[in-house]
Design a protein around this ligand. Structure first.
Ligand SMILES: *Cc1c(COP(=O)(O)O)cnc(C)c1O
Length: 555
């Protein structure tokens, strides 16, 4: 006797067409490709001269309050159209006129890696669920360890949920090293101090807060006008803490600050730490975690011939690359390092790697210490025994590996060299203007922060007083408001497809007395398509904004 199929079976047949076919099925595979290509066609229709898909839409979040889950199934086509619609208003990071922030356009292979991961859904909890993706993680870790100069036989690493995650891992390893693994079971029972500069990323606050160290135990050290941690202040702070019998758990160094590409002097800080550890006979040497999420790929210039300069960079660019490299080269002196591929590594979000000099340290994080988590020489790779995450996507690791192999050192030299070359052009132009000041004058890299001033104001003198003279605060605020108007006008132009999309930072840094923030216009070059013309446009539109503002103020 045959039973009639249940009523849902017809719907189930439709529902199956929502999934890629599990077995080779040219018709269904064709449907999948057609769906993706239909999506790309819809996106293509949104492109224009502006560095943005479609127009920005003013979101009405309030209107979504009483949305409820739909009752019925719809179709792949309807949802594809909807998805394309959600891309409206996205900045096209690859656009030559997009210079907003450290957000890269991802390469095709890194996107394909995300598609691979989306299709087959690897979970890096262990190799049983991630197969080759687990190998991709191990390979990427090996390549980065060698690029850094860590001993590959001892180094280890895992991909995690962002640059913030790399700092979290760094400080967690430091905490467990300090307490011999006891913090994991007994909790944080004492005050442990963490030091970082005032230009370091605010992730330091999240991490000390979330780890239970307490953000009050974070000691913020001032930076020099070059946005790097002040060594005399650092030494004085450490001495003061040691004299008071405090325990310093870690120093977080920033190798490329977010706004200005300031780079801490890691070599000097490592030497300072060792000297003070000996002098104070400390039982624990403060852990050095290098937050190199932005600066790491500059290491590829270690093998570049700066004399012969085969890639033909301009003298200014060469000097910049060389100076950055000098500061970033000692990365191997750090006990652990954070690396983002989704910033200067050109992959999609999220692809972040935490690297440690001693992978044995991961044993301190392991829930079951009897099981060595890292014995992959026996054919098993089970990072899930010690990672914070349970489900951990394989996408970030495969995308990182894709770019490391696609670009190689050569490709990273070309793209980073180009972005620095473009920003050097901008700096050169701005330096010739009487009305502009480049703020991160001594910092190198692809980001330029600048302020402009109205007619009749001596820009250099004004900036000097803004920074150092507390009686000049009214002018500081007035000039900041002026720069904001310049920014707003250039932003509107960019949205019309008639200019470069810059960004605005409310507090590039603070005045010398730390009382008031100094805002700035910011150009962050990331796209390989950005060219001289785009850099000329930045200068032209800033000057045009000044003329417009002057004209508006006349009437
Ligand atoms: C972006 C950034 C972070 C945070 O990384 P996410 O990937 O955004 O979590 C940390 N440090 C620096 C210097 C950064 O620029």
């Amino acid at each position: 006797m045959t039973t009639a199929p249940p009523p849902y079976s017809a719907l189930l047949e439709i529902l199956k067409t929502y999934f890629p076919s599990p077995v080779s099925d040219p018709i269904m595979d064709g449907y999948f490709v057609h769906t993706v290509s239909g999506f790309l066609d819809r996106i293509d229709a949104l492109k224009s001269a502006a560095p943005m898909l479609g127009r920005t839409r003013e979101a009405d979040y309030g209107a979504h309050h009483d949305l409820v889950m739909p009752e019925a199934m719809t179709s792949v086509e309807a949802i594809t159209a909807l998805l394309a619609d959600y891309c409206r208003g996205m900045t096209v990071w690859a656009h030559p006129n997009a210079q907003a922030n450290v957000i890269p356009p991802p390469t095709i292979p890194s996107i394909t890696a995300y598609i691979a991961a989306a299709l087959y859904n690897p979970n890096l909890i262990w190799d049983e669920y991630s197969a080759g993706f687990a190998e991709a993680e191990i390979e990427a870790v090996a390549m980065l360890a060698s690029l850094l100069g860590y001993n590959p036989a001892q180094a280890g690493g895992v991909f995690t949920f962002g640059g913030t995650g790399t700092i979290l891992y760094g400080l967690k390893v430091a905490l467990e090293r300090l307490t011999g693994g006891r913090a994991m079971t007994e909790g944080v029972r004492r005050d442990y101090k963490v030091l970082a500069s005032d230009s370091s990323h605010y992730a330091r606050l999240n991490v000390t807060g979330w780890l239970g160290l307490g953000s009050n135990n974070l000691v913020t050290v001032p930076t020099t006008p070059h946005n790097e941690i002040s060594l005399p202040h650092l030494e004085a702070t450490l001495r003061d803490l040691f004299d008071r019998g405090e325990t310093v758990m870690a120093i977080v160094l920033t190798m490329g600050t977010t706004d200005a590409f300031g780079i801490d002097d890691l070599a000097a800080i490592a030497a300072l730490r060792d000297r003070l550890v000996a002098e104070y006979r400390l039982p624990f040497a403060p852990h050095l975690h290098a937050d190199a999420v932005i600066g790491w790929p500059w290491l590829v210039f270690r093998d570049y011939d700066f004399i012969l300069n085969p890639l033909g960079f301009q003298t200014r660019t060469l000097r910049s690359l060389k100076d950055s490299l000098e500061r970033i080269a000692p990365l191997h002196l750090a006990d652990s390092v954070g690396i983002d591929f989704h910033k200067t590594g050109y992959t999609p979000y999220v692809s972040s790697l935490f690297l440690t000099r001693h992978r044995a340290d991961f044993g301190l994080l392991s829930r079951d210490q009897a099981q060595m988590p890292y014995l992959y020489q026996f054919g098993h790779y089970r990072p899930g025994l010690f990672t914070l995450e349970c489900s951990r996507s394989g996408a970030g690791a495969l995308a990182a590996l894709a770019n490391l192999k696609l670009l190689g050192k050569e490709g990273y030299r070309v793209i980073l060299g180009h972005t620095v070359e473009m920003s050097e052009i901008l700096r050169e132009r701005l330096e010739t203007l009487d009305c502009a000041v480049v703020l991160n004058d001594y910092n190198l890299g692809p980001v330029t922060l600048f302020r402009v001033y109205p007619e009749g104001v001596d820009a250099a003198a004004a900036y000097e007083r803004e920074t150092n003279d507390p009686t000049y605060r009214t002018e500081l605020q007035r000039h900041t408001a002026y720069n904001r108007r310049v920014f707003d006008w250039t932003h509107a132009q960019a949205m019309k497809g008639e200019g470069v999309l810059l960004s605005w930072t409310d507090a590039y840094r603070h005045t010398a007395d730390a009382e008031a923030p100094i805002a700035a216009l910011k150009s962050f070059v990331m796209s390989p398509w950005t060219d001289r013309q785009a850099m000329d446009t930045v200068v032209r539109q800033v000057l045009e904004a000044r003329r417009r503002i002057a004209a508006d103020d006349q009437v």
